[in-house]
Design a protein around this ligand. Sequence first.
Ligand SMILES: Nc1ncnc2c1ncn2[C@@H]1O[C@H](COP(=O)(O)OP(=O)(O)OP(=O)(O)O)[C@@H](O)[C@H]1O
Ligand SMILES: [Mg+2]
Length: 276
Amino acid sequence: MVSKEEEHKKALMQEEIDIIKKMSKIKHKIAVMSGKGGVGKSTIAVNLAAAFAKKGYKTGIMDVDVHGPNVPKMLGLEGKSLKFSDDGIIPIETEEGIKVMSVGFFLSSQDTPLIWRGPAKTGVIKQFFAEVIWGDLDVLIIDNPPGTGDEPLTILQTIPLDGVVLITTPQSVVQEDVIKSVNLVKSLKISIIGIIENMSGFVCPECKKEILIFGKGSGAKMAEKMDVPFLGSLPLDVETSAASDIGTPILIKEPESEISVKILKIADKIESKIMK
Ligand SMILES: Nc1ncnc2c1ncn2[C@@H]1O[C@H](COP(=O)(O)OP(=O)(O)OP(=O)(O)O)[C@@H](O)[C@H]1O
Ligand SMILES: [Mg+2]
């Protein structure tokens, strides 16, 4: 007779096998992370997904922020219901064809907090990766919550990533936390695709002068010091925030804007590093 423990072990092994099978159909997997909250991870993740979709890649985005899943709102998919088939969970698609999966789709309301402890969070993320039917994707962007806790750790240890894109802002307290993420990723021998400095300057719409609210250039210096590539800096831009709030990433809403052009250039760099 098979014991309960053996059955459990078998089920866990099956989950790992399912994850590897599902992930092998996705050519490139990129995690967006930062040691700090509110630095623009989700904003950059949805815009990078939009950039890759625009380039013609079959693109998906996975939001593993269990406590603050913002991706559905940023892509105008808030309140959408998931469909299930015998093979698993079917991701929701945006008009641009970006496949989206988020814990947010499982919440009855965005205002409902999820109270999950470490193992439950790890479990739900693994289940996501085992059960979501992505199909053949060229690239999957994984948006993480801040810090170096359960969710990023699960991603780093479970998913065969091409690498990690780290987001910082110019303030030194933020950079201290991002350095922790750099060290975590390095210690797990996972490649760092590069660092993006977000909210690095503000161009006054009236006088067109650049105001360095949080300073500028320190992201590039930090990248050099940590010996990781620097992918570029993005300005603080009112339209970018407003576009996310109405559910259309700036790259889709205003593709010619200065920040969209910069995001596309960053996507070009990522493309040449991992896809070509
Ligand atoms: N370049 C930018 N210019 C202006 N506003 C921005 C920019 N980047 C992000 N924001 C705004 O800053 C806020 C935080 O951004 P976002 O939610 O993307 O950060 P996050 O790092 O994902 O946060 P969390 O740690 O909570 O997941 C949002 O209101 C977003 O619209
Ligand atoms: Mg976020």
